[in-house]
Write a protein that binds this ligand. Structure first.
Ligand code: GAP
Length: 455
Protein backbone atom coordinates (compact mmCIF):
# COMPACT_ATOMS: atom_id res chain seq x y z
CA UNK A 1 0.00 0.00 0.00
CA UNK A 2 2.80 2.42 0.93
CA UNK A 3 4.37 1.73 -2.44
CA UNK A 4 1.14 2.59 -4.26
CA UNK A 5 0.64 5.78 -2.23
CA UNK A 6 4.20 7.02 -2.90
CA UNK A 7 4.08 5.95 -6.54
CA UNK A 8 0.72 7.69 -7.11
CA UNK A 9 2.16 10.97 -5.86
CA UNK A 10 5.51 10.67 -7.63
CA UNK A 11 3.93 9.91 -11.00
CA UNK A 12 1.13 12.49 -10.87
CA UNK A 13 -1.85 10.21 -10.18
CA UNK A 14 -3.00 11.21 -6.68
CA UNK A 15 -1.89 14.07 -4.43
CA UNK A 16 -2.86 14.70 -0.79
CA UNK A 17 -5.18 17.72 -0.62
CA UNK A 18 -3.80 21.18 0.28
CA UNK A 19 -0.33 19.79 0.77
CA UNK A 20 1.56 23.11 0.74
CA UNK A 21 -0.65 24.21 3.66
CA UNK A 22 0.17 21.12 5.69
CA UNK A 23 -2.59 19.00 4.18
CA UNK A 24 -6.29 18.40 4.73
CA UNK A 25 -7.09 14.94 5.92
CA UNK A 26 -9.31 12.49 4.06
CA UNK A 27 -9.42 14.51 0.85
CA UNK A 28 -7.25 13.74 -2.17
CA UNK A 29 -6.68 15.41 -5.53
CA UNK A 30 -6.32 13.58 -8.82
CA UNK A 31 -3.18 14.73 -10.65
CA UNK A 32 -2.67 14.89 -14.43
CA UNK A 33 -2.66 11.10 -14.96
CA UNK A 34 -5.12 10.42 -12.14
CA UNK A 35 -7.79 12.61 -13.70
CA UNK A 36 -7.41 10.78 -17.04
CA UNK A 37 -7.68 7.45 -15.22
CA UNK A 38 -10.74 8.44 -13.21
CA UNK A 39 -12.39 9.95 -16.32
CA UNK A 40 -11.82 6.64 -18.11
CA UNK A 41 -13.26 4.71 -15.13
CA UNK A 42 -16.36 6.92 -15.24
CA UNK A 43 -16.67 6.62 -19.03
CA UNK A 44 -16.54 2.81 -18.86
CA UNK A 45 -19.16 2.75 -16.10
CA UNK A 46 -21.41 5.15 -18.05
CA UNK A 47 -21.04 3.02 -21.17
CA UNK A 48 -21.95 -0.18 -19.28
CA UNK A 49 -24.72 1.35 -17.15
CA UNK A 50 -26.34 3.87 -19.54
CA UNK A 51 -25.16 3.95 -23.15
CA UNK A 52 -25.37 0.23 -23.89
CA UNK A 53 -28.60 -0.22 -21.92
CA UNK A 54 -31.89 0.64 -23.59
CA UNK A 55 -33.62 0.42 -20.21
CA UNK A 56 -31.40 2.90 -18.28
CA UNK A 57 -31.21 6.70 -18.59
CA UNK A 58 -28.76 9.18 -17.08
CA UNK A 59 -29.19 12.10 -14.68
CA UNK A 60 -27.08 14.83 -13.09
CA UNK A 61 -28.81 16.28 -10.04
CA UNK A 62 -27.60 19.03 -7.68
CA UNK A 63 -25.38 18.49 -4.66
CA UNK A 64 -27.58 20.80 -2.58
CA UNK A 65 -31.15 19.64 -2.11
CA UNK A 66 -34.15 20.43 0.01
CA UNK A 67 -33.20 19.35 3.58
CA UNK A 68 -36.49 17.43 3.91
CA UNK A 69 -35.01 14.86 1.52
CA UNK A 70 -32.46 13.84 4.16
CA UNK A 71 -35.16 13.53 6.79
CA UNK A 72 -37.27 11.37 4.50
CA UNK A 73 -34.32 9.13 3.61
CA UNK A 74 -33.51 8.54 7.28
CA UNK A 75 -30.08 10.18 7.09
CA UNK A 76 -30.79 12.95 9.61
CA UNK A 77 -31.82 10.49 12.30
CA UNK A 78 -29.93 7.33 11.39
CA UNK A 79 -26.88 7.95 9.22
CA UNK A 80 -24.22 7.66 11.88
CA UNK A 81 -21.17 5.71 12.99
CA UNK A 82 -20.16 4.97 16.62
CA UNK A 83 -17.30 7.25 17.66
CA UNK A 84 -14.89 6.98 20.59
CA UNK A 85 -11.82 9.00 21.50
CA UNK A 86 -8.57 7.60 22.89
CA UNK A 87 -8.13 9.41 26.23
CA UNK A 88 -4.33 9.19 25.88
CA UNK A 89 -3.57 10.34 22.33
CA UNK A 90 -6.99 11.85 21.45
CA UNK A 91 -7.32 9.85 18.22
CA UNK A 92 -10.96 9.67 17.12
CA UNK A 93 -11.87 6.11 16.30
CA UNK A 94 -14.74 4.09 14.87
CA UNK A 95 -15.87 1.64 17.51
CA UNK A 96 -17.31 -0.84 15.00
CA UNK A 97 -13.89 -0.95 13.28
CA UNK A 98 -12.05 -1.40 16.62
CA UNK A 99 -14.38 -4.27 17.49
CA UNK A 100 -13.96 -5.78 14.03
CA UNK A 101 -10.16 -5.77 14.47
CA UNK A 102 -10.70 -7.78 17.66
CA UNK A 103 -12.93 -10.22 15.75
CA UNK A 104 -16.23 -8.90 17.16
CA UNK A 105 -19.07 -7.93 14.87
CA UNK A 106 -21.09 -4.79 15.73
CA UNK A 107 -24.41 -4.54 13.99
CA UNK A 108 -25.13 -1.25 12.14
CA UNK A 109 -28.56 -1.07 13.77
CA UNK A 110 -27.28 -1.19 17.38
CA UNK A 111 -28.27 1.69 19.64
CA UNK A 112 -25.66 3.76 21.48
CA UNK A 113 -26.35 1.77 24.66
CA UNK A 114 -26.03 -1.59 22.94
CA UNK A 115 -22.76 -0.68 21.28
CA UNK A 116 -21.35 0.68 24.56
CA UNK A 117 -22.19 -2.58 26.35
CA UNK A 118 -20.41 -4.56 23.66
CA UNK A 119 -17.48 -2.12 23.68
CA UNK A 120 -16.93 -2.16 27.45
CA UNK A 121 -17.29 -5.97 27.60
CA UNK A 122 -14.46 -6.35 25.06
CA UNK A 123 -12.37 -3.28 25.76
CA UNK A 124 -9.46 -5.28 27.20
CA UNK A 125 -8.96 -6.93 23.81
CA UNK A 126 -8.81 -3.56 22.02
CA UNK A 127 -5.82 -1.24 21.60
CA UNK A 128 -5.74 2.24 20.14
CA UNK A 129 -4.19 1.92 16.63
CA UNK A 130 -2.34 5.24 17.17
CA UNK A 131 -0.76 4.85 20.63
CA UNK A 132 -1.39 1.21 21.60
CA UNK A 133 -3.13 2.10 24.91
CA UNK A 134 -6.56 0.90 25.92
CA UNK A 135 -8.22 3.93 27.45
CA UNK A 136 -11.31 5.05 25.54
CA UNK A 137 -14.27 7.40 26.02
CA UNK A 138 -17.78 5.94 25.75
CA UNK A 139 -19.02 5.51 22.19
CA UNK A 140 -21.50 8.02 20.83
CA UNK A 141 -23.30 7.97 17.52
CA UNK A 142 -21.82 10.55 15.19
CA UNK A 143 -23.92 11.73 12.22
CA UNK A 144 -22.11 11.55 8.90
CA UNK A 145 -24.06 14.21 7.01
CA UNK A 146 -21.98 17.30 6.21
CA UNK A 147 -23.80 20.55 6.97
CA UNK A 148 -23.27 23.68 4.90
CA UNK A 149 -24.03 27.29 5.76
CA UNK A 150 -25.77 27.88 2.44
CA UNK A 151 -28.24 30.76 2.80
CA UNK A 152 -31.59 29.22 3.47
CA UNK A 153 -33.94 32.19 3.35
CA UNK A 154 -37.30 31.00 2.13
CA UNK A 155 -39.53 27.97 2.29
CA UNK A 156 -40.87 25.88 5.12
CA UNK A 157 -37.38 24.59 5.79
CA UNK A 158 -35.83 28.04 6.39
CA UNK A 159 -34.40 27.10 9.80
CA UNK A 160 -32.96 23.75 8.79
CA UNK A 161 -29.35 23.26 7.73
CA UNK A 162 -28.69 22.54 4.08
CA UNK A 163 -26.54 19.42 3.69
CA UNK A 164 -23.99 18.41 1.11
CA UNK A 165 -25.48 15.21 -0.25
CA UNK A 166 -24.38 12.04 1.53
CA UNK A 167 -25.18 9.80 -1.45
CA UNK A 168 -26.13 10.57 -5.04
CA UNK A 169 -29.13 8.22 -5.26
CA UNK A 170 -31.47 10.57 -3.35
CA UNK A 171 -31.26 12.91 -6.37
CA UNK A 172 -32.45 9.98 -8.49
CA UNK A 173 -35.42 9.12 -6.25
CA UNK A 174 -36.70 12.69 -6.15
CA UNK A 175 -36.52 12.88 -9.96
CA UNK A 176 -38.38 9.61 -10.52
CA UNK A 177 -41.62 11.42 -11.42
CA UNK A 178 -39.84 13.87 -13.76
CA UNK A 179 -38.12 11.08 -15.67
CA UNK A 180 -41.30 9.02 -16.04
CA UNK A 181 -43.24 12.08 -17.24
CA UNK A 182 -40.61 13.39 -19.66
CA UNK A 183 -39.28 10.22 -21.34
CA UNK A 184 -40.67 6.96 -22.71
CA UNK A 185 -39.27 4.77 -19.89
CA UNK A 186 -41.45 1.89 -18.71
CA UNK A 187 -40.85 -0.29 -15.69
CA UNK A 188 -38.45 -2.06 -15.43
CA UNK A 189 -36.06 0.85 -16.00
CA UNK A 190 -33.09 2.46 -14.31
CA UNK A 191 -31.72 5.95 -13.65
CA UNK A 192 -27.96 6.34 -13.30
CA UNK A 193 -25.80 9.17 -12.08
CA UNK A 194 -22.19 9.95 -11.30
CA UNK A 195 -21.37 12.70 -8.83
CA UNK A 196 -19.79 13.92 -5.64
CA UNK A 197 -20.95 12.84 -2.20
CA UNK A 198 -19.73 14.02 1.19
CA UNK A 199 -19.52 12.25 4.54
CA UNK A 200 -18.11 13.22 7.90
CA UNK A 201 -16.11 9.99 8.11
CA UNK A 202 -14.65 9.55 11.61
CA UNK A 203 -11.53 7.71 10.61
CA UNK A 204 -10.02 8.33 7.29
CA UNK A 205 -7.21 5.92 6.69
CA UNK A 206 -6.37 3.69 3.76
CA UNK A 207 -5.63 6.43 1.23
CA UNK A 208 -8.51 7.04 -1.23
CA UNK A 209 -10.48 4.01 0.03
CA UNK A 210 -12.43 6.12 2.52
CA UNK A 211 -12.48 9.89 2.04
CA UNK A 212 -14.74 12.70 3.22
CA UNK A 213 -15.36 13.94 -0.32
CA UNK A 214 -15.73 11.28 -3.00
CA UNK A 215 -17.55 10.47 -6.21
CA UNK A 216 -20.19 7.80 -6.51
CA UNK A 217 -21.49 5.95 -9.57
CA UNK A 218 -25.00 4.82 -8.74
CA UNK A 219 -27.78 3.17 -10.70
CA UNK A 220 -31.26 2.77 -9.26
CA UNK A 221 -33.51 0.27 -11.06
CA UNK A 222 -37.26 0.64 -10.65
CA UNK A 223 -39.28 -2.58 -10.77
CA UNK A 224 -42.62 -4.11 -9.95
CA UNK A 225 -42.75 -5.78 -6.49
CA UNK A 226 -43.10 -9.28 -7.93
CA UNK A 227 -39.96 -8.92 -10.07
CA UNK A 228 -37.64 -7.60 -7.36
CA UNK A 229 -35.59 -10.71 -6.58
CA UNK A 230 -35.42 -11.87 -10.21
CA UNK A 231 -34.11 -8.45 -11.33
CA UNK A 232 -31.77 -8.34 -8.32
CA UNK A 233 -30.10 -11.60 -9.35
CA UNK A 234 -29.74 -10.24 -12.90
CA UNK A 235 -28.13 -7.05 -11.63
CA UNK A 236 -25.70 -8.97 -9.42
CA UNK A 237 -24.58 -11.07 -12.39
CA UNK A 238 -24.29 -7.97 -14.60
CA UNK A 239 -22.10 -6.13 -12.08
CA UNK A 240 -19.84 -9.17 -11.52
CA UNK A 241 -19.29 -9.51 -15.29
CA UNK A 242 -18.61 -5.79 -15.51
CA UNK A 243 -15.53 -6.14 -13.29
CA UNK A 244 -14.26 -9.13 -15.28
CA UNK A 245 -14.71 -7.12 -18.51
CA UNK A 246 -12.81 -4.28 -16.89
CA UNK A 247 -9.83 -6.61 -16.49
CA UNK A 248 -10.07 -7.64 -12.81
CA UNK A 249 -8.89 -11.14 -11.95
CA UNK A 250 -11.81 -13.15 -10.62
CA UNK A 251 -9.78 -14.42 -7.65
CA UNK A 252 -9.42 -10.81 -6.46
CA UNK A 253 -13.20 -10.36 -6.19
CA UNK A 254 -15.72 -11.92 -3.85
CA UNK A 255 -19.30 -11.53 -2.71
CA UNK A 256 -20.06 -10.55 0.86
CA UNK A 257 -23.65 -11.09 2.01
CA UNK A 258 -25.05 -8.70 4.64
CA UNK A 259 -26.37 -10.81 7.47
CA UNK A 260 -28.10 -8.00 9.40
CA UNK A 261 -30.31 -6.10 7.01
CA UNK A 262 -31.97 -2.74 7.62
CA UNK A 263 -35.69 -3.35 8.11
CA UNK A 264 -36.78 -2.42 4.57
CA UNK A 265 -34.05 -4.29 2.65
CA UNK A 266 -34.81 -7.61 0.96
CA UNK A 267 -31.19 -8.57 0.40
CA UNK A 268 -27.82 -6.86 0.29
CA UNK A 269 -24.48 -7.97 -1.06
CA UNK A 270 -21.16 -6.19 -1.48
CA UNK A 271 -18.62 -6.95 -4.15
CA UNK A 272 -15.33 -6.98 -2.28
CA UNK A 273 -11.94 -6.46 -3.86
CA UNK A 274 -8.62 -7.71 -2.54
CA UNK A 275 -7.04 -4.34 -1.68
CA UNK A 276 -3.48 -4.32 -0.23
CA UNK A 277 -5.10 -4.27 3.25
CA UNK A 278 -7.36 -7.25 2.52
CA UNK A 279 -10.77 -7.94 0.97
CA UNK A 280 -12.96 -4.84 1.47
CA UNK A 281 -16.14 -3.43 -0.05
CA UNK A 282 -15.80 -2.07 -3.56
CA UNK A 283 -19.48 -1.87 -4.48
CA UNK A 284 -22.87 -2.41 -2.90
CA UNK A 285 -25.71 -4.19 -4.72
CA UNK A 286 -28.89 -3.86 -2.69
CA UNK A 287 -32.57 -4.80 -2.96
CA UNK A 288 -34.30 -1.91 -1.17
CA UNK A 289 -37.99 -2.78 -1.42
CA UNK A 290 -40.24 0.26 -1.88
CA UNK A 291 -38.79 2.15 1.09
CA UNK A 292 -37.30 5.07 -0.83
CA UNK A 293 -40.30 6.17 -2.87
CA UNK A 294 -42.67 5.44 0.03
CA UNK A 295 -40.66 7.72 2.33
CA UNK A 296 -40.37 10.54 -0.20
CA UNK A 297 -44.07 10.28 -1.01
CA UNK A 298 -44.88 10.56 2.70
CA UNK A 299 -42.61 13.55 3.28
CA UNK A 300 -43.41 15.54 0.11
CA UNK A 301 -47.11 14.72 0.12
CA UNK A 302 -47.19 13.67 -3.54
CA UNK A 303 -47.96 10.27 -5.00
CA UNK A 304 -44.88 8.50 -6.32
CA UNK A 305 -46.55 5.46 -7.77
CA UNK A 306 -46.63 3.88 -11.18
CA UNK A 307 -49.46 2.42 -13.24
CA UNK A 308 -48.55 -0.48 -15.45
CA UNK A 309 -49.68 0.49 -18.98
CA UNK A 310 -50.72 -3.08 -19.86
CA UNK A 311 -52.18 -4.58 -16.69
CA UNK A 312 -53.35 -1.29 -15.17
CA UNK A 313 -51.82 -2.37 -11.86
CA UNK A 314 -50.88 0.61 -9.64
CA UNK A 315 -48.00 0.32 -7.19
CA UNK A 316 -45.06 2.09 -5.57
CA UNK A 317 -42.02 0.82 -7.49
CA UNK A 318 -39.43 -1.29 -5.71
CA UNK A 319 -35.78 -0.41 -6.19
CA UNK A 320 -32.58 -2.37 -6.63
CA UNK A 321 -29.34 -0.43 -6.70
CA UNK A 322 -25.72 -0.70 -7.73
CA UNK A 323 -23.45 1.78 -5.98
CA UNK A 324 -19.69 2.15 -6.28
CA UNK A 325 -17.11 4.85 -5.59
CA UNK A 326 -14.88 6.26 -8.35
CA UNK A 327 -11.91 6.58 -5.96
CA UNK A 328 -12.36 3.04 -4.68
CA UNK A 329 -12.43 1.75 -8.26
CA UNK A 330 -9.29 3.77 -9.09
CA UNK A 331 -7.52 2.28 -6.05
CA UNK A 332 -8.60 -1.22 -7.10
CA UNK A 333 -7.41 -0.61 -10.68
CA UNK A 334 -4.04 0.71 -9.43
CA UNK A 335 -3.68 -2.32 -7.12
CA UNK A 336 -4.60 -4.72 -9.91
CA UNK A 337 -2.24 -3.09 -12.42
CA UNK A 338 0.86 -2.23 -10.37
CA UNK A 339 3.61 -4.66 -11.37
CA UNK A 340 7.32 -4.90 -10.68
CA UNK A 341 9.35 -7.05 -13.05
CA UNK A 342 13.03 -7.83 -13.06
CA UNK A 343 14.55 -7.08 -16.47
CA UNK A 344 18.32 -7.56 -16.95
CA UNK A 345 18.92 -7.20 -13.20
CA UNK A 346 16.82 -4.00 -12.94
CA UNK A 347 13.32 -3.54 -11.62
CA UNK A 348 10.83 -2.34 -14.23
CA UNK A 349 7.70 -0.79 -12.69
CA UNK A 350 4.80 -1.09 -15.07
CA UNK A 351 1.13 -0.31 -14.64
CA UNK A 352 -0.58 -3.03 -16.66
CA UNK A 353 -3.82 -1.08 -17.01
CA UNK A 354 -6.54 -2.50 -19.21
CA UNK A 355 -5.98 -0.46 -22.38
CA UNK A 356 -9.36 1.26 -22.16
CA UNK A 357 -8.43 2.68 -18.74
CA UNK A 358 -4.85 3.77 -19.54
CA UNK A 359 -4.47 7.56 -19.05
CA UNK A 360 -2.22 7.88 -22.11
CA UNK A 361 -2.82 5.48 -24.99
CA UNK A 362 0.15 6.27 -27.24
CA UNK A 363 3.51 7.97 -26.65
CA UNK A 364 5.28 9.52 -29.64
CA UNK A 365 9.05 9.60 -29.27
CA UNK A 366 11.55 11.01 -31.79
CA UNK A 367 14.80 9.08 -31.41
CA UNK A 368 16.78 12.32 -30.91
CA UNK A 369 15.52 15.75 -30.01
CA UNK A 370 18.23 17.73 -31.78
CA UNK A 371 17.49 16.29 -35.24
CA UNK A 372 14.99 18.63 -36.81
CA UNK A 373 13.71 16.12 -39.41
CA UNK A 374 12.93 13.53 -36.72
CA UNK A 375 11.16 16.06 -34.49
CA UNK A 376 9.13 17.37 -37.45
CA UNK A 377 8.00 13.88 -38.47
CA UNK A 378 7.21 12.91 -34.84
CA UNK A 379 5.13 16.07 -34.31
CA UNK A 380 3.25 15.40 -37.56
CA UNK A 381 2.31 11.92 -36.27
CA UNK A 382 1.45 13.33 -32.83
CA UNK A 383 -0.77 16.09 -34.26
CA UNK A 384 -2.66 13.54 -36.32
CA UNK A 385 -3.08 10.84 -33.63
CA UNK A 386 -3.96 13.22 -30.79
CA UNK A 387 -7.30 13.89 -32.50
CA UNK A 388 -8.20 10.20 -32.06
CA UNK A 389 -6.39 8.99 -28.91
CA UNK A 390 -4.96 10.56 -25.78
CA UNK A 391 -1.30 10.89 -26.79
CA UNK A 392 1.86 12.20 -25.19
CA UNK A 393 4.86 13.63 -27.04
CA UNK A 394 8.21 13.11 -25.28
CA UNK A 395 11.67 13.95 -26.60
CA UNK A 396 13.71 14.18 -23.36
CA UNK A 397 16.19 11.54 -22.19
CA UNK A 398 17.39 8.33 -23.76
CA UNK A 399 14.84 6.20 -25.56
CA UNK A 400 15.21 3.52 -22.85
CA UNK A 401 14.37 6.05 -20.11
CA UNK A 402 11.38 7.28 -22.07
CA UNK A 403 10.06 3.72 -22.48
CA UNK A 404 10.38 3.18 -18.71
CA UNK A 405 8.59 6.47 -18.01
CA UNK A 406 5.68 5.38 -20.21
CA UNK A 407 5.66 1.89 -18.64
CA UNK A 408 5.29 3.51 -15.22
CA UNK A 409 2.17 5.42 -16.25
CA UNK A 410 0.81 2.39 -18.11
CA UNK A 411 0.91 3.64 -21.73
CA UNK A 412 0.05 0.63 -23.92
CA UNK A 413 2.03 1.73 -27.02
CA UNK A 414 5.18 3.77 -27.71
CA UNK A 415 6.07 4.88 -31.24
CA UNK A 416 9.70 5.67 -32.03
CA UNK A 417 10.56 7.81 -35.03
CA UNK A 418 14.10 7.21 -36.34
CA UNK A 419 16.04 7.86 -39.54
CA UNK A 420 14.49 4.82 -41.27
CA UNK A 421 11.10 6.42 -40.62
CA UNK A 422 12.08 9.29 -42.92
CA UNK A 423 13.08 6.87 -45.69
CA UNK A 424 10.35 4.25 -45.32
CA UNK A 425 7.43 6.17 -43.76
CA UNK A 426 7.26 3.72 -40.86
CA UNK A 427 7.88 3.71 -37.10
CA UNK A 428 8.81 1.24 -34.35
CA UNK A 429 5.80 0.34 -32.23
CA UNK A 430 6.57 -1.05 -28.76
CA UNK A 431 4.12 -3.05 -26.69
CA UNK A 432 4.06 -2.16 -22.96
CA UNK A 433 3.42 -5.67 -21.65
CA UNK A 434 5.58 -7.81 -23.94
CA UNK A 435 8.12 -5.04 -24.69
CA UNK A 436 8.07 -6.46 -28.23
CA UNK A 437 9.01 -3.98 -30.94
CA UNK A 438 8.08 -4.12 -34.59
CA UNK A 439 7.96 -1.80 -37.59
CA UNK A 440 4.64 -0.52 -38.82
CA UNK A 441 3.78 1.73 -41.76
CA UNK A 442 2.57 5.18 -40.68
CA UNK A 443 -0.42 4.76 -43.02
CA UNK A 444 -1.54 1.69 -41.06
CA UNK A 445 -0.97 3.17 -37.58
CA UNK A 446 -4.43 4.55 -36.94
CA UNK A 447 -6.20 1.34 -37.92
CA UNK A 448 -3.78 -0.76 -35.86
CA UNK A 449 -4.28 1.40 -32.78
CA UNK A 450 -8.07 1.46 -33.12
CA UNK A 451 -8.16 -2.32 -33.36
CA UNK A 452 -5.71 -3.02 -30.56
CA UNK A 453 -6.79 -0.33 -28.09
CA UNK A 454 -10.42 -1.43 -28.29
CA UNK A 455 -9.89 -5.17 -27.95
N1 GAP B 1 -26.72 4.54 -2.03
C1 GAP B 1 -26.08 3.51 -1.32
C2 GAP B 1 -24.80 3.91 -0.71
O1 GAP B 1 -24.39 5.06 -0.76
P1 GAP B 1 -22.76 2.94 0.59
O2 GAP B 1 -22.40 1.50 0.88
O3 GAP B 1 -22.79 3.88 1.72
O4 GAP B 1 -24.17 2.85 -0.15
C3 GAP B 1 -21.70 2.88 -1.78
O5 GAP B 1 -21.77 3.48 -0.51
C4 GAP B 1 -20.29 2.90 -2.32
O6 GAP B 1 -19.76 4.23 -2.30
C5 GAP B 1 -19.29 2.07 -1.52
O7 GAP B 1 -19.32 0.72 -1.90
C6 GAP B 1 -17.97 2.74 -1.89
O8 GAP B 1 -17.50 2.26 -3.14
C7 GAP B 1 -18.37 4.19 -2.02
N2 GAP B 1 -18.10 4.93 -0.77
C8 GAP B 1 -18.90 5.04 0.31
N3 GAP B 1 -18.33 5.81 1.26
C9 GAP B 1 -17.13 6.19 0.78
C10 GAP B 1 -16.07 7.01 1.28
N4 GAP B 1 -16.13 7.60 2.46
N5 GAP B 1 -14.97 7.18 0.51
C11 GAP B 1 -14.89 6.61 -0.71
N6 GAP B 1 -15.86 5.84 -1.24
C12 GAP B 1 -16.97 5.63 -0.52
Amino acid sequence: MNKIVAFSKRKGFIFPSSEIYGGFSAVYDFGPYGVELSNNVKAEWWKAMVQTREDIVGLDSGIFMNPKIWEASGHVSGFSDPLSECKDCHARLRVDHLLEEAGIFADEKMTEDEINKLFSKNVKKIKCPSCGKSNFTEARKFNLLVKSNLGNFTGSWADEPVYLRGETCQGIYVNFRNVVDSTRVKIPFGIAQIGKAFRNEITARQFIFRTREFEQMEMQYFISPSEEMKEYEKLRKYRWKYYLNLGFKEENLKWHKHENLVFYAKEAYDIEYKFPFGFKELEGVHARGNYDLTQHSKFCGKELNYTDPISGEKYIPHIIESSVGVGRTVLAVLTESYTEEEIDGEIRVVLKFPKKLAPVKVAILPLMKNKEELVKKAKEIFNNLKLKFNCEYDETGTIGKRYRRQDEIGTPYCLTIDFDSLENNDVTIRNRDTMEQKRISINELEGYLFKNLNE
